[in-house]
Design a protein around this ligand. Structure first.
Ligand SMILES: [Zn+2]
Length: 193
């Protein structure tokens, strides 16, 4: 008999991070969105590649460097083919690579719209008093832990914070904060439900 219920939440970000950049056409800072297109320029033995972003107001483009003057012999042929084809899996991975984006753009906006897919890992055989949620986050998402819990458990956010203050909600790894964004491998434990 178990009074523990364990579930896995796979949290899939819907909107890739968007850099704020000075737009030449608008004449001020605007949000730019990935167009999911890659431009490749092979010049002799070297390759440049950019992920094309577009201004969300006027459509003007910004080329985010992916490869810069990279010797063609050092590039994995499959990767080069994916670049030429603007393969959706690759453009998605690049668009969600916040660290990579940060190297080219200063201010970046992240979004909290995400799809949560629940998978039950252990069935409840008695009235559940403890719920463990394992978080799987394939790409970084700007969704805070308290907002995620409030939304999925249909509780007000103040209640989520109340549970944490009472020790009835613990977030692992220890020291993780409810107001921080949810990370891959986080474990949320609720007791005395
Ligand atoms: Zn613009």
């Amino acid at each position: 008999m178990s009074d523990v219920s364990r579930v896995q939440w796979t949290i899939i970000a819907r909107t890739a991070p968007q850099p704020w950049l000075g737009c030449n056409r608008c004449g001020e800072a605007r949000r730019f969105r990935s167009s999911e297109r890659i431009r490749v320029n092979a010049n002799g033995k070297r390759v440049d590649a950019w992920l094309i972003y577009r201004c969300t107001s006027c459509g003007d483009t910004w080329n985010r460097p992916i490869l810069e003057r990279q010797p063609v012999r050092t590039i994995e042929p499959d990767f080069l083919m994916s670049l030429h084809a603007s393969e959706p899996a690759l453009t998605r991975r690049l668009a969600f690579d916040v660290a990579g984006l940060r190297r080219s753009a200063g201010r970046i906006e992240e979004f909290d719209d995400a799809l949560v897919i629940e998978k039950v890992l252990s069935e409840r055989t008695a009235p559940t008093r403890r719920l463990e949620i394992l978080c799987s986050v394939p790409e970084p998402v700007g969704l805070r832990v308290d907002r995620l819990l409030a939304r999925e458990l249909r509780l007000p956010r103040s209640r989520i914070h109340g549970l944490a203050e009472a020790g009835d909600l613990v977030v692992f790894p220890q020291g993780s904060h409810l107001r921080r964004t949810v990370r891959d491998g986080m474990r949320l434990v609720l007791v005395n439900l």
